[in-house]
Design a protein around this ligand. Sequence first.
Ligand code: NAD
Length: 439
Amino acid sequence: MRICVIGTGYVGLVTGAGFAETGNHVTCVDVDSTKIARLQAGEIPIYEPGLEDLVQGNRSHGRLTFSTDVAKGIAGAEVVFVTVGTPPRPDGGADLSFVDKAAETIADAMTGELVVVLKSTVPVGTHERVRRILKERAKHPFHVVSNPEFLKEGDAVADFMKPDRVVVGTDSEHARETMRRLYAPLTMTRERLVQMDPASAELTKYVANAMLAMRISFMNEVAALCERVGADVRLVRYGVGSDERIGPKFLYSGCGYGGSCFPKDVLALLHTGRELELELELVGATDRVNQRQKGVLLRKLKARYGGDLRGRRVGVWGISFKPRTDDIREAPALTLIDGLLAEGASVAAHDPVAMEAASARFGDRVELVENEYDAAKGADALVLVTEWQQYRSPDFAQLRASMRRPLLIDGRNVWAAYDLGEQGFDYEGIGVRASKLDR
Ligand code: NAD
């Protein structure tokens, strides 16, 4: 099939490369000329494991091309995927201006019957909005599909090529059949297409993200309770997660969720409810708990230093919102670092791949170090914010020797099992006992 993907970000690039891999001819278009120039030069503008091979392989076979000419990419296509951003507006609702613009461009540029697939995360009713825009301007028949994307940054390629499920929401038989053919290579081992109406499909995406975010926020509340009563949140997690009705995933307490999806999607769902005079209490609480949790590391540090961090030097490990991505949008590390700087502390930070993004965000206000051990040198505390593999089992003796004060604050509880007290550290996690696991 001839496919055009509008918006070449995390979702668009993976979608384009993924469908090219299964034999389609894909043009990925974007209004960001710098991004497209880098892609045309064979550079991948984002860090996503496995993506570079997928892109280069398909480029070299001529199945994947990049262009800033959005209209040219649409002309002749049978299917257009809309994967533009839907960032939060100040009131929490989703900003649909990029989606509107893409719909207008599609209407003006289409050259024949077209299936328009909304893959961006959009509030319920957006398919109607897009349908209206197309109806006003299009000169050819069109079909609108809501096909939300569930990939995870860091595992995006595997998630796309072997999806848990593919949600397809449309009223059009032609569109349904087109989607079935397109996804057939990715859903061969078992039926994964979940078909529904467009409104249900749009809502499914928000409910999935809100449900996951809710589990995290709940466990963060449980962690705070554990600290008060002397329980260990890891043991509680094992105990609770082994119930098959609950399951073990997304039960990790930490320093709050971030990224470009959970925070904005939770707020957008809340906003949708409010527009309809329906207060979604659990969704609102999920966000409030998370806002509070993103301050937990700074609170712990301040408590250790009598509320005064002026002149303290703090090492930070991990800036991206989670491991295996360079995405720092809404990352808990940003909240921590901003807070430390405001309190008069100095910060030395490391991240395996997000240094460029961090440098653009902080400039020279933060010392960005090439080697993670340099962040600990002379530090009054080392804080682990993102659980990259390389931070999980560090050389504690080296850390101990180079830090001014051996204080470790672990925002992901990855060092909780090392009995760091015996090694001369002052250790604090999130809802864990500092001693060995009692089991
Ligand atoms: P992104 O910001 O990385 O990329 C969006 C791209 O769209 C940008 O490169 C931008 O220049 C381009 N764009 C904007 N308007 C355009 C237009 N009119 N024509 C052409 N290009 C245009 O965003 P993303 O992270 O890939 O997310 C895209 C959508 O997918 C969002 O709605 C997001 O919520 C959703 N989503 C994201 C993820 C994720 O993990 N990042 C996962 C699932 C769903």
